[in-house]
Design a protein around this ligand. Structure first.
Ligand SMILES: NC(=O)c1ccc[n+]([C@@H]2O[C@H](COP(=O)([O-])OP(=O)(O)OC[C@H]3O[C@@H](n4cnc5c(N)ncnc54)[C@H](O)[C@@H]3O)[C@@H](O)[C@H]2O)c1
Length: 276
């Protein structure tokens, strides 16, 4: 008998072709879940599915544009045809390309197309995947929806206004789903992630910016994709069966301290009064 905590469960993971989504796919598979890799990048999605299969897991790549309802419907139909059930939905896909970041700025300088793209992929995508996966969870009498959010979804910052608004709304979407389908066994939570860059992502962020952000995490280092995926596995599994409508912060304390934390710490160090 397979006693792994996600044995026989089927997990749809959006944006699992790379970054944190890919690691989440590998970790959930290591706990016995069968994985649907739903990414717009079909080549990347296929590689992740192949990697899981090579490691002895079960996975299928279904190229999906989460912002399009027809594409989401087709993905869910293909997942059901292949695996026959959907237990877990990890709404992780987000549009984070350099072009997107260049347009998604402060409000006065916002490129309206970038605003619409962020809402379409990050937020509408999660709603569409929930809309089409949840009925299958209700049939099972059980399910877990996890919306990936960020500190930027709870605190103001200088740029990425559309990304931040979409991430704030994902918290509310999780609460709505938790309220609407909880009595039918479906749980929904938001996973609030601190900076946990995949290996290749460090190079795309200036070192100075990485240092500022690291100084505002309470842990010695930034997060790792594995640390995020471990929390996702917890929310996906029965270990969290009494957790719903919540925001689980896996952010190294980034959202937990006073805004003056990093500067005060530096001042105390200069004054020689930082004895901790
Ligand atoms: N990496 C971090 O430190 C961090 C911090 C906070 C929150 N997050 C959140 O974690 C999630 C993953 O972030 P990441 O750093 O791995 O990003 P990433 O850019 O590496 O991965 C995003 C994935 O989404 C896919 N994608 C983009 N548009 C899509 C669409 N329309 N349909 C389907 N798939 C699509 C991309 O192809 C890509 O594989 C995002 O929701 C992000 O907001 C990440």
């Amino acid at each position: 008998m397979n006693t792994k905590k996600l044995a026989n469960r089927v997990a749809v993971i959006t944006g699992a072709g790379g970054g944190l989504g890919a690691e989440c796919a590998r970790v959930l598979a290591s706990h016995g879940a069968k994985i649907v890799v739903a990414d717009i990048n079909s080549e990347a999605g296929l590689l992740v599915a192949e990697q899981i299969i090579k490691l002895g897991g079960e996975a299928i790549s279904i190229p999906t544009d989460v912002s399009q309802e027809t594409s989401v419907q087709a993905m869910v139909s293909a997942a059901m045809a292949h695996f026959g059930r959907i237990d877990i939905l990890y709404n992780n896909a987000a549009i984070l390309s350099a072009e997107q970041r260049a347009g998604d700025r402060d409000v006065i300088n916002m490129d309206v197309d970038a605003w619409d793209r962020a809402m379409a992929v990050n937020l509408r995508g999660a709603m569409l995947c929930s809309k089409h996966c949840i009925p299958h969870m209700i049939t099972l009498g059980k399910g877990s929806v996890i919306n990936v959010t960020s500190g930027l979804g709870t605190m103001g910052d200088l740029t990425l206004s559309a990304y931040a608004a979409s991430k704030a709304a994902l918290i509310m979407l999780a609460k709505s789903i938790a309220a609407q389908y909880g009595k039918q066994g479906v749980r929904a939570n938001a996973l609030l992630i601190g900076l946990a860059p995949a290996e290749n992502a460090h190079a795309t962020m200036p070192q100075q910016l990485l240092d500022i952000i690291r100084d505002n995490h309470l842990t010695p280092e930034l997060g790792t994709p594995k640390q995020i995926a471990d929390a996702a596995a917890f929310l996906a599994s029965d270990e969290s069966s009494f957790v719903t409508g919540s925001v689980l912060s896996v952010d190294g304390g980034f959202c937990s301290h006073t805004p003056s934390f990093a500067a005060t710490r530096e001042l105390f160090a200069q004054m020689g009064s930082n004895t901790m």
